[in-house]
Design a protein around this ligand. Structure first.
Ligand SMILES: NC(=O)c1ccc[n+]([C@@H]2O[C@H](COP(=O)([O-])OP(=O)(O)OC[C@H]3O[C@@H](n4cnc5c(N)ncnc54)[C@H](OP(=O)(O)O)[C@@H]3O)[C@@H](O)[C@H]2O)c1
Length: 489
C-alpha cells in the first residue's frame, strides 16, 4: 500500500491535496504537526481513503511544539473523530504511552520508532520490545548510512511475517531509497510516497506517482526478481524508467531499482541473494570485473563490465556498451577496413574502440587535454594517435565522439570543428543528452549520416534486458521512454 502524507500548511491546501492524492494513495497520513490550521473532522470526512493521524514532535522529525499531554489529547480526539489509524512514537513518555496503548478503541494504533542518524545494530531487540507492547502495527524507520543497512529492515520484515505482525520498515536517506520501493513488495505493511517533489516528509521519500506508475508496487505479484543499477551517483540514471517500463511491456513482474553503493565488494557480499542482475555504472565498471565468477570474452578484453547476470550460483559480467555500439554502427556501415576516428580516451572509447577494432576497422585515437591517456589507449587498441587539432588531415569514414563534449549544459561545445566534417562520413555521438548535439547538427547540415547517443543508450539497455530475461526487448518502446525522459530533464 502507498500512504501519501498530507502536510497542509492550511486547511484549504490540505483539502486540495487530499483530493489530488485520491487516485494514487491507498492510505493518507494527516500530519497535523505540519499544519498551521486544521479542522480534523472536516479532513477525515473529505478523505475517501483510510487516514493515519500523526502529530509528531521535533524529537521524531516533526514540528509539534505543545506539551506531551496536549499532543496525546489531539491523538485521542482523532480516535474519537473516527481516524482509521493513529501513530504514536516509542519515544513518548512511558506514563503517557502505556495508558494510550491500553485504551480500547476502534482506531488502530501504529507504534513508531525513528532514528534519523543511523540504523542501530540492535534492531531485532527493539522489534522484540515493540512486539511486547499492545499496538496493532509496528513502524521502524532508520537512517541508511550504507546501502547494506536496508537489509536489517528487510530481515525484520521477514521475521514479522513469521510472527504474524504488521510492520512498516523503511530506511531514510538516499541510500535507503530502495527500501521505499522494495519493503512493501517484501511484505511490509505500507510505504510512504510524497504527493509531489518538495512535499517529502522524510529524507529519501520518493513520489507516490513513481511508486505506483513506474515501480508498480501496488500490482499483485506472487513472485518477482530484483534488478538494478549500481553506481555512485545513481540519481541521474534513466535505467529505472527504461527497464521497469520494458518489464511491464513484456508482462514481467520483475522490478529495477537504483542501488547507491559505496563499497561494491560489500554490496556483492551482503546483497547477493536479493538481486538477479545489475547494470553497472560509474565508478564501478572496472572494479566489478574482479567480483565476477565468469566474464564474457569481450568484457574481459575491455576490462570493464556494465551488465551482471546471475549464472548458476555465481555471476557473469558482460559489456553491452560495446555490443550496443556495434549493433548501431553496423546498421549503417560494414566496419571492416574503414577508418574510424575516436574522440576521447576513457571507458567508452575503450569499449567501442575494442569492438570496432575486432570488426577490422583502422582506428585513430585523438588526444586533446591528456596526451598520455590517448597514447595508452592507442597502444591497447593497436591504433594510431593524433592531436585532435590535426583531425582535418585524416581520411575519416566514421567519427565517434566518446568524450562528454557537447553534453548538457555545454550545448554549444563540439569535439571537432565543423570544417573537418565531410558529407561521406558517418558521425556517431555517444552523448545522449541532448539527443541531438551540436556535433550531430553540424554533421547533418554537411550531409553526413548521423547516429545519436540515444541509440547507444537504448541498445545497451536492450542488451541488458535480453541477457536478464532471455526475451526480446521492446526496443521502440524503450527508445520512446528515453526520449520522453530526456525531454523532461
Ligand atoms: N549513450 C550511451 O549509452 C553512453 C554510454 C556510455 C557513455 N556515454 C557517454 O560517453 C561520454 C564518455 O563517457 P566515459 O564513460 O568514457 O567517460 P570517461 O571515462 O570519463 O572518459 C571521457 C574522455 O573524454 C575526454 N574529455 C573530457 N572532457 C573533454 C574535453 N572538454 N575535451 C576533450 N576531451 C575531453 C577525457 O579526457 P581527459 O582524460 O582529458 O579528461 C576522457 O578521455 C560521456 O558523455 C557519457 O555520457 C554514453
Amino acid at each position: 500500500m502507498i500512504c501519501i502524507p498530507i502536510v497542509g500548511p492550511t486547511q484549504k491546501k490540505s483539502l486540495e491535496d487530499i483530493a489530488k492524492a485520491e487516485p494514487l494513495a491507498d492510505v493518507l497520513e494527516l500530519r497535523l504537526d505540519l499544519m498551521s490550521d486544521y479542522d480534523l473532522r472536516a479532513l477525515l470526512i473529505a478523505a475517501n481513503k483510510p487516514c493515519i493521524v500523526t502529530n509528531r514532535t521535533k524529537r521524531d522529525g516533526g514540528q509539534f511544539s505543545g506539551s506531551e499531554e496536549q499532543r496525546i489529547d489531539i491523538l485521542k480526539q482523532a480516535m474519537d473523530a473516527g481516524a482509521e489509524y493513529v501513530d504514536i512514537e516509542t519515544s513518548t513518555p512511558k506514563e503517557l504511552l502505556q495508558p494510550f496503548l491500553e485504551t480500547k478503541h476502534k482506531s488502530k494504533v501504529i507504534l513508531s520508532y525513528h532514528n534519523f542518524t543511523d540504523t542501530p545494530e540492535a534492531l531485532e531487540h527493539l522489534y522484540e520490545l515493540m512486539c511486547g507492547m499492545p499496538a496493532d502495527i509496528l513502524k521502524i524507520v532508520t537512517y541508511a548510512r550504507d546501502i547494506t543497512n536496508n537489509l536489517a529492515l528487510f530481515n525484520l520484515i521477514n521475521r514479522s511475517k513469521k510472527d504474524g505482525k504488521k510492520l512498516i520498515a523503511l530506511c531514510m536517506g538516499e541510500r535507503g531509497e530502495i527500501s521505499r520501493i522494495l519493503s512493501p513488495l517484501l511484505g511490509g505493511f505500507l510505504t510512504f510516497g510524497s504527493l509531489e517533489t518538495g512535499k517529502e516528509t522524510a529524507p529519501g521519500q520518493i513520489t507516490a506517482a513513481n511508486l505506483k506508475n513506474i515501480y508498480r508496487i501496488c500490482d499483485k505479484r506472487t513472485s518477482f526478481k530484483i534488478y538494478g543499477v549500481i553506481g555512485n551517483p545513481v540519481y541521474k540514471s534513466m535505467g529505472y524508467l527504461i527497464h521497469n517500463r520494458a518489464f511491464k511491456e513484456i508482462g514481467s513482474n520483475d522490478i529495477y531499482v537504483p542501488f547507491l553503493v559505496d563499497n561494491v565488494e560489500n554490496f556483492f557480499k551482503s546483497f547477493s541473494t536479493y538481486f538477479e542482475g545489475l547494470s553497472v555504472t560509474m565508478p564501478f565498471k572496472e572494479d566489478v570485473v574482479a567480483l565476477m565468477d565468469k566474464v564474457d570474452e569481450t568484457a574481459k578484453k575491455i576490462g570493464a563490465v556494465n551488465t551482471v547476470v546471475r549464472d548458476g550460483k555465481g555471476w557473469k559480467g558482460y559489456n553491452t556498451d560495446c555490443l550496443g555500439a556495434l549493433k548501431v554502427l553496423e546498421k549503417h556501415v560494414d566496419l571492416n577496413g574503414k577508418n574510424v576516428l575516436i574522440v576521447g580516451a576513457g571507458g567508452t572509447a575503450k569499449a567501442i574502440g575494442y569492438g570496432v577494432s575486432e570488426k577490422g576497422a583502422k582506428i585513430t585515437v585523438t588526444y586533446n587535454r591528456n596526451k598520455e591517456k590517448g597514447v595508452q589507449l592507442a597502444k591497447e587498441l593497436g591504433a594510431k594517435v593524433i592531436n585532435i587539432q590535426n583531425a582535418g588531415e585524416e581520411v575519416i569514414d566514421v567519427l565517434i565522439n566518446c568524450s562528454p563534449v557537447g553534453m548538457t549544459p555545454n550545448l554549444e561545445e563540439t569535439p571537432i570543428s565543423s570544417r573537418h566534417l565531410r558529407e561521406e562520413m558517418i558521425v556517431f555521438d555517444c552523448v545522449y543528452n541532448p539527443s541531438e548535439t551540436r556535433l550531430l547538427r553540424e554533421a547533418k547540415a554537411v550531409g553526413c549520416v548521423t547516429i545519436s547517443g540515444v541509440e547507444l543508450f537504448v541498445n545497451q539497455a536492450v542488451g541488458q534486458l535480453e541477457l536478464w530475461t532471455k526475451q526480446n526487448a521492446p526496443v521502440d518502446l524503450m527508445r520512446d521512454v528515453v526520449i520522453k525522459g530526456l525531454n523532461k530533464t
